[in-house]
Write a protein that binds this ligand. Sequence first.
Ligand SMILES: Nc1nc2c(ncn2[C@@H]2O[C@H](COP(=O)(O)OP(=O)(O)OP(=O)(O)O)[C@@H](O)[C@H]2O)c(=O)[nH]1
Ligand SMILES: [Mg+2]
Length: 226
Amino acid sequence: MDHGRREIEVMANLLSSNDIQAEVNRTHFRKNNCLAINVIGSPGAGKTTLLERTLPHLGLELNVGVIEGDIFTSKDADRIAVHGVPVIQINTGGGCHLDSKMVSKVLPEFDCQATDLMIIENVGNLVCPADFDLGEAFKVIVLSIVEGDDKPSKYPVIFRNAKVVVLNKMDLELLTDVNMETMKHDIRSINPEIEIFEVSCRNGNGLQAWTNWLRHEVEVFKEHKV
Ligand SMILES: Nc1nc2c(ncn2[C@@H]2O[C@H](COP(=O)(O)OP(=O)(O)OP(=O)(O)O)[C@@H](O)[C@H]2O)c(=O)[nH]1
Ligand SMILES: [Mg+2]
């Protein structure tokens, strides 16, 4: 028995069953006119902080729901719940990414018809979530600039598959040796279409441009309703 080949087959089956459920999720979101986004980034990149800073900008005009993915604990969901939006925590119990079945199981907990924007924060990881479609409209990468300007070229798959990248922790730029031009050049070489926002969730710089862009994406999605 060729074990290598068997492993590839198992992985292929896993991905195709994930993709089938992802399409069901996508149809559900589309039918309910709800823009779903999949927020991906390394542990500590600032995903939850970005949501905490984004919700007050959007929450008055839009109905937002949040799905939080983590290996253990409901710490992130507790942080989001303070903002008064519906939030469900998924614990993967060891898994390094969310999959479409996990998301489908919690969807009945939301009134999707009354939700304009569903934000799904994936498990902290820049690699595995790239392979697992959740049924989202697009992927959002949150990258802390402190991690170094070589990260886009070392982890290109996720950048290829995302619509937008939020470069976070810009307030720390001068404390690091990060070269922002190199970082942005590498991101654009991987994905010329990608939107790039430079923000600091600490001092608020750049957040307005990011939230304006996201609000516009919700409007465009809703205009194309089926
Ligand atoms: N200096 C600075 N710190 C930030 C910024 N954004 C987030 N942080 C800090 O970074 C740490 C991690 O932030 P989180 O939002 O929990 O990161 P996360 O990506 O959600 O982490 P996981 O869910 O564990 O993957 C916290 O201590 C935040 O206060 C920023 O723009 N500047
Ligand atoms: Mg988090």
